[in-house]
Every structure is written in C-alpha cells, then in structure tokens.
Design a protein. Structure first.
Lengths: 115, 113
C-alpha cells in the first residue's frame, strides 16, 4: 500500500521568495515519485519525476525536488517565486512493479504568489 | 502531436440524462485512465484500461461505464446523471512503463442540475 501526504492545502509566498511545497510518502517498495502542476482551468502537467536515478531532480520552470529516503520525503522547491507559478501542485507516488501503474495522488497544495 | 484530447470541455446535464465523455490519444499508449476531481479532494480514479479490450474499476466506478475498442479511444459513459456527478473529469494516458508519468487531457467540466 502507498500513500501521499501534502502538508498545507495552501502556501502563500511573495514574488521572489523561496517556494517550498512539502510531500511525504509511504511505500512498501522503492517508489516512483512525481510532481504535477495544474494551472487554473487546465489539466495536470508533469513537472518532474524521480525514478531511482539522481536523488535531486530538476524539472520545468526552475523547480526541483530532492528524494530523501530516510525522511520518506520528496519536497518541491524553487529559489524565487514568480507570479506565473500560482497554481495547484500535486505530489504522486507509484509502485514501479505495479501492473497498472496507478499512482496515489496527494490532495494538492495551492500556491499563492503575492506581488 | 495532439496528446490527449477530451471533448466536450463543458456540459450541463439534467438529472437522469446520459452522456459520453470522449477521450482520444495519439501517442499509441496502452494505459488510459479516467479521474474525477472535486474541490479539495484531489483526484479519484473512476476506471482504467491497460489495453484495447481490457478495462477495470477504480476507486469510484458507480454510475459510470467505459469501453476500450481501440488503443486511441477511451470513452466514459454516464447513465442516469445525478448531482453527485457534478465534477471535472480528466482522462490520462501512459506508455508501457510507470516511470514516464501521466499525460493528461484538459478536462471536461460537468454540471448536473
């Protein structure tokens, strides 16, 4: 069984400030981990993924995430927030050996960026 | 390359009506999925398919049906629409490995009145 917890349904930052969105997971096997972004009235878009290679993963739009096995975490960061980063962010975990590859999604964190 | 295409984008149904949400992908992906998204509740899996002719239930299948006659198409059928089915519906697809992550469609916003 696997689960995902995203701490904070809303995170508010000022433009230019550090963005930190938290994701903790539980999995009985080494997982695949994903972050997706959803802009208003759009579908989800893959931001970045961890699939057992480098633990620090870089994604689109300046985002990165670090896989920390000891902490069972995959937090998403960006050094400097931009107004265009305002969106809903979803963390997801899946079992690499799962035949249907169905991930478990967190409930999402809404990122609010103030001018 | 269109990716995953969903139609319609918006629809209002009356209680008891039926409709089909269309989903087509042009990436030759075998795995396809239907989710519904409700505010603050994340994504809930309705049905999925691992290839043409093979479908299976997800977490919330009641009130829905699917078929998969071709690799490209995975329509979702709502029979006897109810207000509880008011939601945003997303279709997603995956190549033959979970490491790539989903490609999502842009969604269908359905309101049942």
């Amino acid at each position: 069984a696997q689960s995902v917890t995203q701490l904070g349904s809303h995170v508010s930052v000022s433009e230019g400030a550090l963005v930190l969105l938290r994701c903790n997971y539980s999995s009985s096997v080494p997982p695949y981990l994903f972050w997706y972004v959803q802009y208003p009235n759009q579908g989800l878009q893959l931001l970045l993924k961890y699939t057992s290679a480098a633990t620090l993963v870089k994604g689109i739009n300046g985002f990165e995430a670090e896989f920390k096995k000891s902490e069972t975490s995959f937090h998403l960061t960006k050094p400097s927030a931009h107004m265009s980063d305002a969106a809903e962010y979803f963390c997801a975990v899946s079992d690499p050996g799962g035949g249907s590859y169905i991930p478990t999604f967190g409930r999402g964190t809404s990122l609010i960026v103030h001018p | 390359n269109a990716g995953v295409t969903q139609t319609p984008k918006f629809r209002i149904l009356k209680i008891g009506q039926s409709m089909t949400l269309q989903c087509t992908q042009d990436m030759n992906h075998n795995y396809m999925y239907w989710y519904r998204q409700d505010p603050g509740m994340g994504l809930k899996l309705i049905y999925y398919s691992v290839g043409a002719g093979i479908t299976d239930k997800g977490e919330v299948p009641n009130g829905y049906n699917v078929s998969r006659s071709t690799t490209e198409d995975f329509p979702l059928r709502l029979e006897l629409a109810a207000p509880s089915q008011t939601s945003v519906y997303f279709c997603a697809s995956l190549p033959d490995s979970g490491e790539y992550g989903y490609t999502f469609g842009s969604g269908t916003r359905l309101t049942v009145v």
